[in-house]
Write a protein that binds this ligand. Sequence first.
Ligand code: NAD
Ligand code: GLY
Length: 369
Amino acid sequence: MIRSIPVDLGARAYEVLLGPGLLEDAGAQLRPLARRDRVAVVSDQTVWGLHGPRLTAALEQAGLAVHPVVLPPGEQTKSFSGLETLCDALLGLELDRGDLIVAFGGGVIGDLAGFAAAIYKRGADFVQIPTTLLAQVDSSVGGKTAIDTPRGKNLIGAFHQPRLVLADLDVLSTLPDREMRAGYAEVLKYGLLGDRSFFTWLEANAGAVLARDPAALARAVARSVEMKAEIVIADEREAGRRALLNLGHTFAHALEAETGYGEALLHGEAVGLGSAMAFRFSAAEGLCSPDDADRAVAAIAASGLPSRLSDLADRSFAAQALLRHMAQDKKAEGGRLTFILVRALGEAFVARDVDESRMRDFLKSEGAV
Ligand code: NAD
Ligand code: GLY
């Protein structure tokens, strides 16, 4: 069954379609959005090798000529040099502002191609066809696009909403288990931040979701996208409530910065660990019950995600270095540390005045030196 979840942003409104078999239907879905009979498809080598032929056949069947731009996989592609390569390829194709750009891949391709679309000839339309669980439940929805710089992640970017998101659950069949777990951290995040009953359902169904049971996966992705859409509709530019989506992220970004944004610690793994730390810190500060914190941490650990610093074997973290990254985080204002903390399972809030010395003590209690 195909579900449609509207992201009602007025003039920038679009639908997220999710379900099985959507790749085969891509031509019919994209044809009405393309002003000319050609599309540029931006992908990475892995995704293109696995699923490119099916997408190409579907688009060609609808009369759309496909111009692939295939980049190396990995976070390093989401960089100034990756952006330059992509923009140069789009210019080389003589792509017009009226031609559609399709982001076909995980969050790296979605963020990069979305940003290129935002600035290409002052703005082109783009469509997201996310192929990782993380991209389907989070990065493809909501219009945040960006690249990284050596000074940090996602520091150069734009809000640019896609015209359509096609989340084909079948493409997840080829996703490595580790990437599936990393995406699951973002699914859990929605329950942890705002829907206790969804969290309770996930406690019982994590195994089925991770095993890609069609019904469980569809329910988990649909509820996640509904929550993301609801939050983005209420606060497109992150003036307030959208910041709740960053549960676990201030910890996560600091840990990713220390581990080099790569294979050592995937973004979703860092979000899982960061969410566990946010719950433990909230409990230590008396903001949330230890029982709720224990349940959150247990669910993160049970899904195979790291939930303690000690789960990252052979790594040691300096509290001072982590604090330095936390202070540079985009969410830090006026030198105070900003975190998303919790009052209970499903009740996150923005804490803008976290005391640095209490955070240092907490990080040391977690095993940082
Ligand atoms: P990714 O795009 O690097 O994909 C992970 C790996 O899986 C890659 O090696 C890719 O080639 C491979 N892959 C993708 N789909 C596959 C499939 N169906 N089968 C087999 N292999 C497949 O990583 P990601 O986790 O999807 O995204 C992480 C990025 O997303 C980070 O840069 C993060 O900052 C960004 N992000 C953005 C937002 C946002 O709102 N824009 C939100 C969350 C994360
Ligand atoms: N992934 C965080 C956001 O979209 O706001």
